[in-house]
Design a protein around this ligand. Structure first.
Ligand SMILES: Cc1cc2nc3c(=O)[nH]c(=O)nc-3n(C[C@H](O)[C@H](O)[C@H](O)COP(=O)(O)O)c2cc1C
Length: 204
């Protein structure tokens, strides 16, 4: 059974990234009968920020953790299992101060776990979350896929770095960009993203 992990991160009721990611996940599911969508609305249900207890607990083997430490990694373990079980990951975020929503960053901080999603070897770190495809729906006021503002797009290079570190290099970004350039430009951007979603779904 194929599993699609859907991570939405916008807190905005009028979010432009969320509906496109939801639509992509639903279309991928209908193209693959028997597949399931596991959704995490990271804005509506914020994950715990990593803290002193958590960072200490993940450095210990599970059997050496106190009850308090075990409780501190419980959610993270669940998130790691969801990530490892997924074949496809659909993520949505806005470009927020040139990077991702902090709710999504917290998810990343919870799933990047030595020994579970990556490991250290003599020849350097090796990702353990292999064999997955990631789609990132990125909404932004400006244009960052190309042109003069592209160097300010810290979201896509960051996501590529972190997923690459976890063993996932197959990443496609669906830009919903130029949303601040008037209603016509916004409509064009949304239509372009919807068309790409349609193409991806048909090819799935
Ligand atoms: C706090 C905040 C910071 C933002 N920072 C940027 C930015 O750095 N660059 C940009 O082009 N748009 C920026 N925007 C616009 C958002 O990227 C845009 O509204 C996008 O649609 C947000 O995604 P969402 O609709 O899924 O919430 C920002 C919006 C907010 C609310």
């Amino acid at each position: 059974m194929s599993s699609i992990l859907l991570l939405t991160s916008s807190p905005r009721a009028e979010s432009l990234s969320t509906p496109i990611a939801v639509d992509l996940a639903e279309k991928l599911k209908s193209q693959n009968p028997g597949s399931v969508v596991v959704r995490r609305d990271l804005a509506a249900n914020p994950l715990p920020h990593i803290d002193d207890l958590f960072t200490g607990a993940i450095r210990k083997p599970a059997e050496a953790r106190t009850a308090e430490e075990a409780a501190a990694v419980e959610t993270s373990d669940e998130l790691v299992n969801e990530l490892l079980a997924a074949d496809t990951i659909v993520i949505s975020t806005g470009l927020i101060n040139f990077n991702i929503y902090s709710s999504l960053k917290t998810w990343i901080d919870n799933v990047a776990r030595a020994g579970l999603t990556f490991k250290y070897t003599e020849s350097g770190p090796v990702g353990l979350a292999t064999g997955k495809k990631v789609y990132v729906v990125l909404a932004s006021g400006g244009i960052y896929s190309q042109g003069p503002a592209a160097p300010l797009n810290h979201a896509v290079p960051y996501l590529k770095s972190v997923f690459g570190f976890l063993g996932i290099s197959d990443i496609e970004t669906i830009y919903v960009e130029g949303l601040a350039f008037g209603p016509e430009a916004a409509e064009k951007a949304i239509d372009a993203a919807k068309s790409r979603v349609q193409e991806i779904a048909l090819a799935a």
